[in-house]
Design a protein around this ligand. Structure first.
Ligand SMILES: Nc1nc2c(c(=O)[nH]1)N[C@H]1C(S)=C(S)[C@@H](COP(=O)(O)O)O[C@H]1N2
Ligand SMILES: [Mo]
Length: 254
């Protein structure tokens, strides 16, 4: 058990990490034992993220001169069959929100503006599709780790699931990653590609970039991120649309 001073510093750190949880509110809440134990788990997640941010090898990054003149769109090129997504698309995603829920302290609904107000990362990386093509593109967005710190992961969390707006027939596209990749510095929620808002074909308004993995892990049309303890019981149970159907690996490291 940390001494009161350390606890207090950790509380302040937690508040900063949560991006705007006022210290006074934090002090009031910290009187509740339930909240205290939740906060300790958020601290664990924070510690884990710090360690991981120091540890993970980076995928190669390129320069503007390396950008592919054409970046092919693959898989679903629209989510228009989803009426809710189509309504948002028609209004330029002005009232669209990313939902962050599951095993979190604070479920979040984040507008594109809110996502854009977090610290942003821009990276030029190579996308490798298992179908045998590659393309180099530039991606911008907040690190997933910042979003997860704002939501506050509970200690049982082992996976982050990306629920997408598009479907193949009746089956929604989805993907998942572990905490190591979730807090990797190059794992971002990209709203911008090649310095322009993400086009529909590339997954507007928001897609995952998890740069040490293959193309099918790069979920497009992300509308909800769910923190989970297990992938069992979700769709086919193998953690992704293609993992459930083909013998695509869940960990698709390049
Ligand atoms: N929601 C969703 N995400 C998806 C897909 C898809 O069909 N739906 N296809 C995947 C595959 S196989 C690849 S190669 C990339 C393609 O991304 P791009 O269209 O930007 O090239 O998206 C991945 N993410
Ligand atoms: Mo792919």
């Amino acid at each position: 058990m940390a001494d009161p001073l350390t606890r207090r510093r950790l509380l302040a750190l937690g508040a900063a990490g949560a991006g705007g949880l006022a210290l006074s509110g934090c002090d009031r809440l910290s009187g509740s034992p339930a909240f205290r134990s939740l906060l300790e788990s958020a601290e664990d997640a924070h510690r884990a993220s710090q360690r991981l941010l120091g540890g993970g090898a980076l995928a190669p990054e390129f320069t503007a001169a390396d950008l592919s003149p054409q970046f092919r769109a693959n898989g679903n090129r629209t989510a228009a069959a989803n009426a809710e997504w189509a309504r948002h698309a028609a209004t330029g995603f002005a009232r669209w929100h990313l939902r962050v829920d599951g095993l979190v302290l604070r479920p979040l609904d984040l507008s594109l503006e809110a996502l854009g107000s977090l610290p942003q990362r821009t990276q030029i990386t190579r996308h490798d599709c298992v179908e045998g093509w590659s393309a180099i593109g530039q991606w911008t967005g907040p690190q997933l780790g910042h979003v997860l710190k704002a939501a506050g992961l509970l200690p049982a969390v082992r996976f982050l699931v990306f629920h997408c707006a598009d479907r193949f027939g009746a089956d929604p596209y989805y993907e998942s990653i572990d905490l190591m990749d979730a807090f990797h510095p190059q794992t971002i929620l990209a709203h911008t590609m090649n310095a322009a808002p993400l086009t529909v074909a590339h997954g507007a308004p928001l897609r995952l970039r998890v740069e040490r993995q293959l193309g099918y892990k790069q979920a497009k049309f992300v509308q909800r991120i769910e923190a989970r303890a297990t992938l069992a019981g979700l769709h086919g149970g193998k953690g992704g649309f293609w993992e459930d159907r083909a013998d695509y690996a869940w960990y698709a490291g390049i």
